[in-house]
Design a protein around this ligand. Structure first.
Ligand code: NAP
Length: 226
């Protein structure tokens, strides 16, 4: 596997993308493991918002999940790198995995803003983020440095999401918009994938083949972990 992917992998693992005025999507996640739902959401955002690139950002130790027994950041980073092989518009940042202590999105955005002051950042997330972000550390610092893009899963959730969008915009965005991105309703989740592996069921096509091979090679998720 190492030899086959060496060229593409070099690109995906690059830590310091070049500077410029670009529209950059940031897809943060625990990615335990990364799955096709994450990748499709990133791709749909790239397309719909005319982004130049999407940078996947595996979380180091997400503080809201500290009590759970998640795989080490290095392993989730590795799976993310494998997942994006072959997509030249996707990159994987190790920023949060390398940081000591808990992972806070506001700090990541400020770090990226400092490094890439010319670029516009779009933080891509699922619908839940819209309803939980006020509880995250310093949401005002998050909104100051990016446009939030929240995936709409199913028409029936739209009115509730639109109301929340308006509320957050009034409170944090100072005239800038939050984007509601129409997306498929895919009930696939990392939790379900871990459970299936633990039960000895197939997760083929739920995660990219290279990620599946790595999970098998390492024997991840065979034991109940949370
Ligand atoms: P995750 O479980 O790996 O999911 C990553 C993203 O993908 C989430 O926004 C999730 O939305 C979305 N997603 C997953 N499955 C999906 C599907 N089938 N269809 C559409 N969207 C899907 O990661 P996470 O633990 O939620 O963390 C997400 C980001 O939020 C990370 O960058 C984390 O550091 C950040 N965060 C920060 C703080 C803080 O700064 N205090 C607190 C919490 C989270 P849903 O959640 O809607 O599934």
């Amino acid at each position: 596997m190492e030899e086959k992917h060496s060229m593409e992998e070099k690109h995906s693992m690059e830590e310091t993308p070049p500077m410029g005025t670009r529209r950059i999507g940031l897809m943060g996640g625990t990615f335990n493991p990364i799955h096709v739902g994450h990748l499709m959401l990133a791709e749909w955002a790239l397309d719909a918002l005319k982004l130049d690139e999407v940078w996947m950002v595996p979380a180091g130790m997400p503080y809201m999940k500290a009590a759970q027994n998640i795989l080490p950041g290095e392993e989730r980073l590795r799976m993310t790198q494998l997942a994006i092989l072959g997509n030249s518009r996707f990159r994987c940042l190790d920023t949060e995995v390398r940081r000591q202590g808990y992972t806070y999105t506001c700090e990541t955005l400020e770090e990226l803003r400092g490094k890439y002051p010319e670029d516009a950042f779009f933080f891509i997330a699922g619908a839940d983020c819209l309803f939980s972000i006020e509880k995250w550390k310093a949401p005002e610092r998050i909104f100051a440095n990016c446009t939030l893009v929240a995936a709409v899963r199913g028409e029936n959730t739209l009115p509730e999401m639109e109301a929340k969008k308006r509320e957050l915009e009034e409170r944090f965005c100072e005239g800038r918009e939050i984007v509601l991105l129409p997306f498929l309703h895919m009930s696939i989740s990392s939790t379900e994938i871990r459970e299936r592996i633990r039960r000895g069921q197939s997760v083929r096509y739920l995660v990219p083949d290279d990620v599946l091979a790595y999970i098998r090679e390492k024997g991840f998720y065979r034991e109940k972990s949370e």
